[in-house]
Design a protein around this ligand. Structure first.
Ligand SMILES: [Zn+2]
Ligand SMILES: [Zn+2]
Ligand SMILES: [Zn+2]
Length: 294
């Protein structure tokens, strides 16, 4: 079964260029534009599922011509502001949105995200809009089955103040392991993946720290950590030579301009995401131009 994955935003919390920053990476990104510009992380799957909803979601809908009223399911990884900007949800209906494709948006998340949603919408949510949004609090390892998709939240190593999740997303024989935001995975996550016999077509890595290797206990990863996770997944037999690896969520502090990323792609056999990268799994569609047309 085919799956279409669009990387709409590929930057860390402050974006690239960072909003208030004048470091060399940010200055160069401002000058060069194009692929050097990275908005906050969001991935759009099959035109109906969103992974996270950053402050730049509005801009993503405009830039890539997307119908976000067709978003039926939103999976939130954690409550950090670059992954969940809840204020915009007051605009989903009433006089703010007409002819919406999906009447109901399901937000799947942890308890902290549900709290942030309540706080951010408390002032301006109208009853007409509120009734079209349903929140569901997830538990790690308890999969959700809806509309042909099978999504399992797994514990991330990111912020101990909440249950941060990474996700296994499956549709038929297409499988994605979506690893944002997280450091290296916990040993029990590998055991779980091995036990359920997952086989991933795509692993999407948190590579906030670029060329660095931070080790076991960090809350983000660099390429060295990505490779350690890759090796552990190989040991579990849940990836093989056909698995594709994407790195994303880049920070301006990691010096990752296009030339450095091109080197990393070659050296490590990964694809460096950029805003607009599109990947199709199990599809007849030829990836001649894998960019989303604006
Ligand atoms: Zn983040
Ligand atoms: Zn900067
Ligand atoms: Zn975070």
């Amino acid at each position: 079964m085919s799956m279409r994955i669009q990387y709409l935003g590929t930057g860390a919390a402050e974006g690239v260029p960072a909003i208030f920053c004048n470091c060399n990476v940010c200055k160069t990104a401002r000058l060069r534009g194009g692929r050097e510009i990275r908005t906050r992380s969001q991935v759009w799957i099959d035109g109906c599922i969103s992974m996270d909803f950053p402050p730049d979601a509005y801009m993503h809908s405009v830039r890539f011509g997307l119908d976000f009223s067709a978003m039926k399911h939103l999976f939130v990884t954690h409550s950090h502001m670059d992954h969940f900007y809840a204020h915009d949800f007051i605009l989903r209906g009433y006089k703010y949105a007409h002819g919406m494709t999906e009447p109901t948006l399901h937000i799947w998340c942890n308890a902290e995200v549900a709290k942030v949603f309540a706080e951010c919408t408390a002032r301006e949510m109208t009853p007409q809009v509120g009734k079209g949004i349903e929140l569901h609090v997830l538990k790690a390892y308890e999969p959700v089955c809806m509309d042909g998709y099978f999504v399992t939240p797994l514990p991330a190593r990111h912020d101990c103040k909440e249950d941060c999740f990474v996700y296994h997303i499956r549709k038929g024989n297409a499988n994605i392991l979506y690893l944002n935001d997280t450091g290296r995975l916990y040993p029990e996550v590998y055991e779980y993946l091995k036990r359920v016999g997952a086989k991933f077509d795509l692993v999407s890595f948190d590579c906030t720290l670029g060329k660095e290797t931070r080790g076991e206990n960090a809350r983000h990863m660099g390429i060295g950590d990505n490779m350690a996770v890759k090796a552990a997944l190989e040991q579990c037999g849940v990836v093989d030579s056909s698995t594709r690896y994407v790195i994303t969520h880049f920070s301006h502090n990691s010096g990752l301009l296009q030339e450095t990323l091109a080197e990393m792609e070659k050296e490590y056999g990964v694809t460096a995401a950029y805003d607009g990268l599109e990947i199709r799994l199990h599809s007849e569609y030829k990836e001649e131009n894998n960019e989303i047309l604006p």
